[in-house]
Design a protein around this ligand. Structure first.
Ligand SMILES: *[C@@H]1O[C@H](CO)[C@@H](O)[C@H](O)[C@H]1NC(C)=O
Ligand SMILES: *[C@@H]1O[C@H](CO)[C@@H](O)[C@H](O)[C@H]1NC(C)=O
Ligand SMILES: *[C@@H]1O[C@H](CO)[C@@H](O)[C@H](O)[C@H]1NC(C)=O
Length: 467
């Protein structure tokens, strides 16, 4: 049996049988061999290279490049990435040669997985942001249902955070996008969860294969992705799951934040909560806007745990010359140093330095005159890059929900999960025991090449809240 690990034929080997396995094995072996022979030809460039192609992950390489020079550098990922200084961000985004959607399509093999479906984005824009008063109760109702499904008792119950988030976000997003009862059917959930997994697998395989081979492999991979779920929303969903899991891990490993966050949420519920016909209390847009500490905590969690060390790449569709004289040839994949950006931070308001997790740093910044509505999780800088790569808007506050509807939706889902968790449950990291005196060790994130994931083995212990 040839070594066909990491080849696309294994994506769903378990779901195959008989001759299909043989075909898959042959196909995999062929791909593996060709991969040894062909490397994608990236344009030859005269910029310093940070890190080496064999690095398992590039966070340090990106950081080094970011700190070293305010000029372009290369990360030897496959395909190769050119990291530009932030001073070129606005110009690059607006540059006619830079095609973010072409790059996203290619990365997710949009042609096959239909990720490029921009109608989905306009649907999100119209249906979600404009109808937040309808969407928010749906999110809240389904979040309650998703917690109920976990069947948490009065004694500590162990929950794998990643698996739980995968299912809970599938339930919540499904409720909004397809409605219940379909969204709660095992068939839908199964397909939906499989698809989220398959999509990230497709992306990994692509990154390992290069564009030529990916094109050959795409139809093959595509046959394992259920048709009904090939939409752009799924890409956002992946980020939501990761953001939610990261935030919960940060909170469970820093229990000193729990009391203050609970207090904020309870105050807001008392002031803004509205009782629906079903007897449950619902929170509207204004209520979420008042939870400044929670918003700050989520934003800090995102700053501290980049979902990716670089921003989503754009591909140059033709040669490009920038106003600072830098010339880049057609085919170059350009991106920005997310990892570096995350290490810079506003120190106003007596905030801690960038290496410190400071959950309320953004809430304190918002207390400064004139900054009341800046520094929100869904509105500015880093987060916009992270959650909203396609937006051509400026990296400044003030574009409102229309700048990136998906990002607003994602933040509401994550916030609501935390609100529910804080209000109704006690939680701690597994192994913490009853001694809450010492901080629990947060299971390390797992970095791979340019991406960063929460530890897949992270276990949370949860029980119905006692006090
Ligand atoms: C989801 O994946 C599991 C395990 O790989 C498989 O048994 C199941 O049939 C898949 N479901 C769908 C709807 O594709
Ligand atoms: C693009 O730039 C390369 C050199 O970087 C050059 O050889 C090529 O002719 C240019 N193409 C066009 C269309 O200008
Ligand atoms: C973005 O910023 C540039 C320069 O600061 C400005 O000229 C442009 O109008 C801005 N675009 C939007 C959409 O605000």
């Amino acid at each position: 049996m040839p070594n066909i690990e990491n080849t696309p034929s294994l994506v769903h080997l378990r779901a195959m049988s008989g001759y299909k396995i043989v075909v898959a094995a042959l196909f995999g072996a062929a791909i593996w061999l060709i991969r040894l022979l062909i490397r994608e030809r990236s344009p030859k460039l005269d910029f310093p290279v940070m890190g080496s192609a064999s690095d398992s992950e590039f966070s340090q390489a990106v950081l080094k490049g970011f700190e070293k020079a305010n000029s372009p550098f290369i990360i030897p990922a496959n395909p190769q990435l050119v990291i530009l200084p932030m001073s070129m961000y606005m110009e690059s985004k607006a540059h006619p040669a830079a095609d973010v959607s072409a790059e996203t399509n290619e990365r997710f093999m949009g042609h096959w997985t239909r990720v490029q479906n921009t109608e989905i984005y306009s649907a999100i824009r119209q249906d979600l942001s404009k109808n937040l008063n309808i969407v928010l109760p749906l999110i809240q109702d389904e979040t309650k249902y998703a917690f109920k499904e976990l069947n948490i008792q009065s004694e500590w119950t162990s929950v794998n955070i990643n698996s739980a988030m995968l299912r809970m976000i599938a339930l919540i997003s499904g409720r909004v996008f397809v409605g219940s009862p379909l969204s709660r059917s095992e068939e839908w959930l199964d397909a939906s969860i499989n698809y989220t997994r398959a999509l990230s697998k497709v992306q990994d395989d692509y990154l390992g294969l290069g564009p030529v081979l990916s094109n050959i492999a795409a139809p093959f991979l595509s046959s394992y992705i259920p048709d009904a779920h090939k939409t752009a929303t799924r890409v956002g969903e992946d980020q939501m799951i990761v953001s939610a899991a990261m935030a919960i891990l940060d909170l469970a490993s820093r229990p000193q934040y729990i009391g203050e966050l609970r207090e904020e949420v309870e105050t807001v519920v008392a002031e803004e909560g509205e009782q629906n016909e079903d007897g449950n209390i619902y929170l509207g847009k204004a209520a979420f806007a008042k939870m400044k500490k929670l918003d700050s905590f989520i934003k800090e969690s995102q700053r501290f745990n980049s979902l990716a060390f670089v921003t989503p790449a754009y591909k140059l569709l033709s040669n490009a010359t920038f106003s600072n004289g830098i010339k880049l040839p057609k085919g170059t994949r350009i991106t920005f140093p997310h990892q570096g950006l995350a290490s810079e931070n506003n120190l106003e308001a007596g905030n801690a330095g960038p290496d410190v997790f400071d959950g309320f740093r953004y809430a304190r910044l918002r207390e400064l005159p004139g900054l009341e509505s800046k520094h929100q999780a869904a509105s500015t800088g880093l987060n916009q890059i992270q959650m909203c790569p396609r937006s051509k808007d400026n990296l400044t506050f003030g574009h409102g929900p229309h700048a990136c509807p998906g990002r607003f939706f994602a933040i509401y889902e994550v916030k609501n999960l935390l609100v529910e968790l804080l209000l109704h449950f006690d939680f701690r990291l597994a192994g913490t025991g009853d001694d809450r005196g010492q901080e629990a060790i947060r299971p390390a994130n797992v970095a791979h090449k340019i991406s960063n994931m929460p530890n897949p083995g992270a276990i949370l212990e949860v029980r119905v809240r006692r006090a």
